[in-house]
Design a protein around this ligand. Structure first.
Ligand code: ACM
Length: 393
């Protein structure tokens, strides 16, 4: 006999494992499976097991919305983890709002958004681009070349970054957008242009399969990362592992989390993840947000009593203000804006495909989705660090 108390908690998982962003979203799906397995093995959520409903939208924005709506209507799912590209998230928002469902979104994005039905656990420009602008202008110079994939996230992020560069006395020498599935030849024409213009650094918001094509073309155009590095908020250990460390070495990424974060919590999490996956699985910023948001949701449900409510409206009351010891450090769900206080780090890719952390904010940074502050607002001054040695992790 089943009792309502022990009914499983249904969670829809809508990450693409195919299509242009299939590589990075596969890591988000794996993180979700891993976190759910940890929770279920530890007895579930007040005795209730998590039951996942996996779908693959194939990196097509409309598919995220239709698959999610189908799970709501046909399977009674009201809690969701998913989306990478902002185009997918924007397609999903009207669906979760219409059905009063909840989406947990674990990807860096451009901000300028609030939905009662969405919690964002990835970074915003104030948590990554502000410190990256400070660091790159101080260490490399003020002439910036911007390149992005051709959709909303890169347009908006580059617009914000252009303001930061301008305010710091810098100049954008060119700005180019590339179709998501552009060939390596298309990238080669752009990297040849970068060589001709000789900026001080390149700011990239290229995503998905384009990342490898950009970095490969960069090398083929004879560009040297020591002279003109690429600074990105999207290139992670996952893309570097796919392209080969030799193409990533010397380039910079700003993120809340790197696999090389040297803390007992992160090391233990990676060890457990590798046991779960088998082999030397690589982690990254999007993996980490997908992982910790599942635990935050589980803790929110536990906080509501014996059976743990999975009612989205009840969860809205308890999620704001929740804290969790994530692999990046302790995070906090903001009380007001449905984003998160996150840590801020700048990493430089080394010969092992890992990031040496060369600068960090000393304390977690509050989310500022509407970019009211254009300087590091909290946590004091940005600190340059002696690079940590990432070792074999
Ligand atoms: C993104 O589109 N938010 C990476």
């Amino acid at each position: 006999m089943s009792s309502p108390m022990y009914e499983p908690v249904k969670i829809g998982v809508v990450y693409s494992t195919t299509g242009v962003t299939g590589l990075i979203e596969s890591t988000q799906q794996s993180a979700t499976l891993f976190a759910a397995d940890e929770i279920n093995r530890a007895g579930g959520i007040n005795g209730r097991q998590i039951q996942l409903y996996l779908r693959d939208p194939g990196s097509i924005a409309a598919n995220y919305a239709s698959m999610l709506e189908q799970l709501i209507v046909e399977d009674g799912v009201r809690l969701f983890m998913g989306c990478y590209m902002s185009s997918g998230r924007k397609a999903v928002i009207p669906v979760v709002e219409r059905h009063n469902a909840l989406l947990f979104y674990p990807t860096l994005y451009e901000g300028f958004e609030y939905s009662r039905n969405v919690f964002c656990t990835g970074t915003l420009p104030n948590q990554t681009c502000v410190p990256l602008a400070d660091y790159m202008l101080e260490n490399f110079g003020s002439r910036v070349f911007m390149i992005g994939s051709d959709y909303i996230y890169p347009y908006e992020t580059n617009r914000i970054m252009k303001d930061f560069v301008f305010e710091r006395g810098g100049e954008t020498v060119d700005e180019i957008y590339v179709p998501l599935d552009a060939s390596e030849d298309s990238y080669r024409a752009i990297t040849d242009r970068i060589a001709a213009l000789s900026p001080d650094f390149v700011f990239s918001t290229v995503v998905g399969v384009g990342v490898e094509r950009l970095y490969r073309s960069f090398a083929k155009s004879g560009l040297d990362p020591n002279a003109i590095p690429i600074a990105s908020v999207t290139t992670s250990e996952a893309e570097i592992a796919a392209m080969g460390a030799h193409l990533g070495e010397g380039h910079f990424t700003s993120a809340s989390y790197f696999q090389s974060v040297d803390t007992p919590t992160n090391r233990a999490c990676i060890d457990n993840y590798r046991r779960f996956m088998g082999g030397d699985a690589v982690t990254n910023m999007c993996w980490e947000a997908a992982y910790f948001q599942m635990h935050v949701l589980a803790n929110a449900m536990r906080s509501m009593g014996s059976s743990g409510s999975d009612n989205p409206v009840s969860l809205l009351r308890v999620l704001p203000g929740m804290e969790f010891d994530a692999p990046q450090g302790r995070i906090r769900m903001d009380e007001e804006n449905h984003h998160a206080y996150l840590h801020t780090r700048i990493g430089r890719c080394n010969a092992s495909g890992q990031f040496d952390i060369v600068a960090a904010m000393p304390a977690r940074v509050r989310a500022d989705p509407f970019v009211i502050a254009h300087k590091p607002a909290e946590g004091g001054q940005f600190e340059s660090l002696a690079p940590t040695v990432a070792g074999s992790r």
